[in-house]
Ligand binder design. Structure first.
Ligand SMILES: Nc1ncnc2c1ncn2[C@@H]1O[C@H](COP(=O)(O)OP(=O)(O)OP(=O)(O)O)[C@@H](O)[C@H]1O
Length: 266
């Protein structure tokens, strides 16, 4: 069995076509030849300033953007084959957790109905199996059972993110792309959600690509960290080593501008 994700020479370019008047539109090279592996069972943190290409990488992984060039092997399946197999195959392999949990949940539906969607569309389970699975999911994210009858606006940000995590786990995908999953939460709530994520990863054997601009959060949860700058990975290594002895100038400046982490580096 290979790594959970293998990425080679991945490129994403936006724009660059001809405008109506034949002029060449300007081109944004959001991802410029990235190669990295996400090992099974690990959390790989991705850090980098705004615009470094983190979300574009994430969106390609979960099938929301097509790569311009390069290859991706996701849970042993090549990207084009997975995309051709359709939403169902993709959704059962890799799932995305968004930054804003409340906005990501349909306000007109109960949590039970929200969890029903992937169980019906991606798994094809019958009603009794869906009901049992919904209870198991709510239990896994440590929420009370009456959550299933309530609506998204009745929950705090941290509770809503637990529900969004339950939805991401519904179709039993083993790879989660977590895009700033705790950035919208208070610091004390962040710690609880991070702890839950770690427990779920260990209990269910999940692999996480964890994107954040918050270095303290990334250091706390990641086994390894990749640093992105202008669409490239400029440094990658074990989290403790990378934060203690960064090799690249950009990593050093990123750490120096995060005073909570490096009081000695200021
Ligand atoms: N659909 C798009 N069309 C054109 N340019 C895009 C598109 N999506 C992203 N970009 C550009 O690609 C570059 C990388 O953006 P991306 O959102 O991946 O960065 P990021 O590191 O995730 O930033 P942030 O932390 O602010 O989310 C930016 O210059 C952005 O403007």
């Amino acid at each position: 069995m290979n790594d959970a994700v293998q990425i080679r020479d991945l490129v994403k370019t936006f724009g660059g076509g001809r405008s109506l008047f034949g002029r060449k539109a300007s081109e944004v090279r959001a991802v410029r030849g990235i190669s990295l592996d996400l090992q099974r069972g690990e959390t790989l943190g991705i850090v980098g300033e705004s615009g470094s290409g983190k979300s574009t990488l994430a969106r390609m992984l979960v099938g929301l953007e097509a790569p311009t060039a390069g290859t991706m092997l996701i849970d042993d399946k090549p990207w084009p084959e997975l995309a051709a197999a359709g939403t169902r195959a993709f959704g059962r392999t890799i799932q995305y957790v968004f930054q804003d949990p409340v906005a990501s949940l349909n306000p007109r539906k109960t949590i039970g109905d929200i969890l029903d969607v992937p169980l019906r569309l991606l798994c094809g389970y019958d009603a009794s199996r869906r009901a049992a699975r919904k209870r198991a999911l709510i239990d896994a994210v440590q929420m009370p059972m009456d959550t299933l009858e309530r609506y998204p606006h009745e929950f705090s940000g941290g509770q809503a993110q637990r529900i969004a995590i339950a939805r991401a786990l519904a179709a039993e995908a083993s790879i989660l792309v977590l895009d700033e999953p705790v950035s919208a939460l208070d610091v004390s709530v962040q710690a609880q959600v991070l702890l839950l994520l770690q427990q779920l990863r260990d209990d269910l054997g999940l692999s996480y690509l964890f994107i954040s601009h918050d270095l303290a959060v990334v250091e706390a949860i990641s086994d390894r960290v990749a640093v992105m700058y202008l669409g490239e990975v400029v440094e990658m290594g074990p989290a403790a080593q990378l934060f203690a002895a960064p090799q690249h100038d950009y990593t050093r400046s990123l750490i120096a501008s995060a005073p909570r982490l490096t009081p000695d580096a200021a």
